[in-house]
Design a protein around this ligand. Structure first.
Ligand code: GLU
Length: 274
């Protein structure tokens, strides 16, 4: 692809920075450095119930300590107007409808193709009035989305089979991850998305959404391996032992943290000394 490479690091401040983030950051900054491109730091604080300012502050401080300096910083909580405008665009196309399915009903839905819960379109065409307590969904036609992952090769996904009509705003008024990620990657001119393998299934639906919003050329994608706590358990923010704060408090140097986040351990090995 011609032009400047623009990639992004997009943590959600729902916990502290951990080794999984550092693996991702290494990939992101390395790609930008090699191509002379830009890194956008995007704080994904769209979930007002789960995000906390103290986590954001700690993440920014840990990133600085690690030496990851972004070219730009933005917050999703400050981009409401951009999301409203994208929603309007979808409304103009007649693709948005309100959904009042209770959460409990959603968990009973049939699994989609990846074992993910698929929304069967219960409220499509029901004319549910929009109001407090209703979510908003966008109709997905049964398109097949193909893309070439830079590490995993050609991928074929059918979002309408995997997840069904996408929630863009939830019952509490929060924009959803899938929607804001697709809008931001488009509106911020991101040309390369680098993230963990756990988000591979989200890519087809984000490409489909971006197309609906008028993006003619989607970004390229690279999904890297995840750091595993043990062979079948991925790291999570609740694993205090891999939090960068805790490692720092235990006397780890910056180089030790970066080296530990360099590679996945061999199968059967833990990332960290026990
Ligand atoms: N905010 C997401 C996370 O922390 C990352 C999303 C993405 O890279 O698309 O898992």
């Amino acid at each position: 692809m011609d032009g400047l490479l623009v990639t992004r690091f997009a943590p959600a401040p729902t916990g502290y920075l951990h080794l999984g983030h550092v693996v991702n950051a290494r990939h992101v900054w390395q790609a930008a450095r090699e191509a002379g491109g830009r890194v956008l730091l995007r704080i994904e604080d769209h979930d007002r119930q789960r995000c906390r300012p103290e986590y954001e502050r700690a993440m920014l401080e840990d990133l600085e300590w690690l030496g990851f300096t972004p070219d730009d910083v933005s917050r999703q909580s400050e981009r409401h107007a951009v999301y409203e405008e994208a929603l309007e665009e979808l409304r103009r196309q007649g693709l948005v409808y309100a959904c009042d399915c209770p959460r409990a009903a959603l968990t009973e839905h049939e699994p989609g193709t990846d074992g993910e819960r698929r929304y069967p379109g219960t409220c499509r065409g029901r004319g549910v009035p929009e109001g407090p307590g209703t979510g908003l969904r966008v109709r997905l036609d049964p398109a097949i989305v193909r893309f070439d992952d830079l590490r995993r090769g050609p991928q074929t996904q059918c979002p309408s089979e995997q997840c069904g009509d996408l929630l863009v705003r939830d019952r509490l008024g929060n924009w959803t991850y899938q929607f804001v990620a697709a809008v931001d990657d488009f509106r911020q001119g991101v040309t390369l998305v680098i993230r963990g393998d756990d988000l591979l299934a989200s890519t087809g639906r984000q490409i489909q959404l971006a197309r609906m919003l008028g993006r003619s050329e989607p970004p390229r994608f690279l999904h890297h391996a995840l750091v595993m706590k043990s062979p079948h358990q991925k790291l999570s923010k609740s694993d205090g032992d891999t939090g960068i704060r805790d490692l720092r408090a235990r006397g780890w140097s910056r180089d030790e943290v970066l080296a530990t986040a360099r590679e996945n351990p061999a199968p059967g090995h833990r990332v960290l000394p026990v």
